[in-house]
Ligand binder design. Sequence first.
Ligand SMILES: NC(=O)c1ccc[n+]([C@@H]2O[C@H](COP(=O)([O-])OP(=O)(O)OC[C@H]3O[C@@H](n4cnc5c(N)ncnc54)[C@H](O)[C@@H]3O)[C@@H](O)[C@H]2O)c1
Ligand SMILES: O=C(O)C(=O)C[C@]1(C(=O)O)C=C[C@@H](O)C=C1
Length: 293
Amino acid sequence: MTMVRKLVLLGTGLIGGSFALALKRMRQVEHVVGVGRNLANLERALELDVIDSACQDAAQAVEGADLVLIATPVGQMGRLMQAIAPVLAPDCLVTDAGSTKGDVVALFREHLGTRLAQCVPGHPIAGSDLSGAAAARYGLYEGRRVVLTPLPETTPDAVARLEALWRLCGAEVYRMTPAQHDSIFAAVSHVPHLVAFSYMNALLERDNIDACLDFAATGFRDFTRIAGSHPDMWRDIALANNRPILDDLRRNVAQLQALIGLIERGDAAALTGFIERASRARVAWDARDKEKQ
Ligand SMILES: NC(=O)c1ccc[n+]([C@@H]2O[C@H](COP(=O)([O-])OP(=O)(O)OC[C@H]3O[C@@H](n4cnc5c(N)ncnc54)[C@H](O)[C@@H]3O)[C@@H](O)[C@H]2O)c1
Ligand SMILES: O=C(O)C(=O)C[C@]1(C(=O)O)C=C[C@@H](O)C=C1
């Protein structure tokens, strides 16, 4: 028997699509319905067998579903929860893949208050700068982490079901509070993206931008890859997790100001110290990360 009879993806893009592909490969889902606003994207998802049927109406799609994954930008999740609330089957598990958790947990409470036993907010820590169903791929979650932030009302059985599904996708599952999650991911995901966007914008203010881009090489590529990420997704993240993000952005501004001071003063020793501190931490993180793999 498969673990999922009918999976509904509210948002049929990189993250939802890759989840569906992983479960299909493991033969653990009978039917996947893709919901979306963009018809061409849904057609592509059908062609690529990411989904088995498409629907533009979230409420209609979730009828008879036993698993719903909300995988739109976080700013869209509230209205989708509101739309599906009256039609969800009592045993239907509802989860999400949003990159922020405090706001999404509040939305679950607001819109699915009578269903919280079956709601398990989550966040797969895997992805890319690509988006849409065509970017979905098998193996996206293999060896990656998934963070769940279950509500006090969520039943252990609902959490266990979702954990088992993510493990089938090859992921390791962790639990934390929404506040812990949002603080950590502001630092290691949200602010790095926002800094990359700012850096690209600063570059665009130069009058020799074309020559700069002509000669840009590996350092530039590594540093700015994530600046190509989807605007809607990152706008919503920045607004949803504003406090931790603003704290980290201010820490970044302070570091940049300190750096400007060191260079202006020509303080070579302090500049070495500034760079060494960062470099040591980055090298140590890389070694630790490789050990884990
Ligand atoms: N991209 C990543 O690296 C990554 C990683 C982990 C989590 N996430 C989170 O996962 C979620 C989805 O991200 P993604 O990368 O799959 O994005 P994506 O752009 O690839 O897919 C999102 C899909 O949702 C659709 N959509 C938008 N609004 C909708 C609405 N109101 N109703 C129905 N469909 C709607 C879009 O048309 C798109 O097809 C986001 O919340 C994001 O924060 C992203
Ligand atoms: O690899 C990338 O391009 C990503 O941005 C993936 C990434 C990240 O920051 O690591 C982006 C957002 C998520 O919520 C989780 C993962």
